[in-house]
Design a protein around this ligand. Structure first.
Ligand SMILES: *Cc1c(COP(=O)(O)O)cnc(C)c1O
Ligand code: SF4
Length: 341
């Protein structure tokens, strides 16, 4: 088998899979298999599970490996576990809470904030987080991929004030290195761009995604690389993820974290403190903690805003200033993420 980072691995016709692609393909999609692996059964969830949710169960095994066996309240498990109550309609919880549909300048190109555009480069994601605000997003129609690259470049050339391109999705790192390389090369020769940012959870659920090829790509681009990882709980950071993050940092990537504040997962002082400290130990700067986007199916994760603000007041009493993330909410039509604390 050809290693992922062999020189010929970026040929798109290449049939060989990188190890991360194989791990992705073999991700757990079966509720009972997941529970059995953790020594749990459906009886451990008296409030009811949904074995066939519209947004399917999907979780790579390397992430499952960081869950505590026998604990139905495990904070990693709760993020991926489809509960029966997701089907309950709750007032105010809608399919497009962030107003993404309206902000698309081109299919898959969001231009909401000054100087930055966001490309949803793929609909695919290595993991399906139950709280995901894109769980109802029409991915298939919103994918600039390489197909719309010419239109994206034209748009950028007409907007010289844009300095930064943000690759998002889905998860941009569910694209193979070859596709990312095409994208990065095309963006690189737009003279007024200076930064390239990736928002990704893929290295967290699949640390093997941080291939030599990816690291070299980020190291060699003339754009200043920024990676915002999505880690919600300190328990997600194990030695393997720590090593993957260290390789990115060594390559000169500026590393930040964004989390989502989730009831039953990380809505305690201890959880937020441990997360910020462990991120810092891993060379990652805490950046955002998002209030939940009010997406249909995720109501059980909501933490009331006043409770969140109170939690952050207490957190400020525990952490050095440079480790304090910003508590933010995404508002349709706003020109930036709205700071809350
Ligand atoms: C979050 C987001 C950004 C980036 O905002 P920052 O303030 O730079 O973190 C840009 N565009 C869109 C559409 C976003 O949702
Ligand atoms: S990784 Fe991000 S985009 Fe993917 S399912 Fe989770 S929250 Fe949604």
């Amino acid at each position: 088998m050809i290693p992922a980072n062999a020189p010929n691995a970026h040929c798109p016709e290449q049939a060989q899979e990188a190890p991360w692609q194989s791990e992705l393909r073999h991700a757990c999609r079966d509720l009972d298999a997941l529970l059995a692996h953790l020594g749990l059964s459906r009886d451990d969830f008296p409030q009811g599970l949904d074995p066939r949710p519209d947004f399917p169960l999907r979780v790579p095994w390397p992430f499952v490996a960081r869950m505590r066996p026998g604990d139905p309240m495990d904070p990693l498990l709760r993020q991926v576990l489809p509960l029966a109550e997701e089907r309950r309609a709750v007032d105010g919880f809608v399919t497009d809470p962030v107003g993404d549909g309206a902000a698309q300048a081109l299919p898959g190109l969001l231009h909401k904030y000054h100087g930055r555009i966001l490309l949803t480069v793929t609909g695919a994601c290595g993991v399906h987080c139950r709280y995901c605000f894109r769980r109802h997003f029409p991915y298939a129609e919103a994918n600039p991929g390489t197909g719309h690259l010419a239109a994206t470049r034209d748009y950028l050339l007409q907007h010289p004030e844009v300095q930064e391109v943000i690759l998002s999705g889905g998860d941009p790192l569910s694209l193979p290195d070859s596709r990312l390389e095409t994208l990065i090369r095309a963006l690189e020769d737009i003279p007024h761009l200076s930064r390239l940012r990736l928002h990704t959870r893929q290295p967290v659920v699949l640390p093997s995604r941080v291939t030599d090829g990816l690291v070299q790509m980020l190291e060699s681009t003339r754009l200043r690389p920024v990676v915002v990882v999505h880690i919600n709980h300190a328990q997600e950071i194990d030695a393997t993820l720590g090593m993957a993050l260290a390789r990115l940092r060594k390559a000169g990537v500026a590393l930040y974290n964004q989390a989502v504040l989730l009831a039953g997962v990380n809505d305690t002082l201890a959880a937020q403190q441990a997360l910020a400290e462990k991120l810092f130990d891993s060379g990652v700067q805490p950046l955002y903690v998002h209030l939940l986007d009010r997406v249909a199916g995720a109501a059980h994760f909501e933490v009331a805003e006043d409770e969140a603000v109170a939690l952050f007041e207490r957190l400020r009493g525990r952490l050095p200033g440079y480790l304090m993330p910003r508590l933010v909410r995404e508002e349709p039509g706003a020109h930036a993420k709205l700071p809350r604390a």
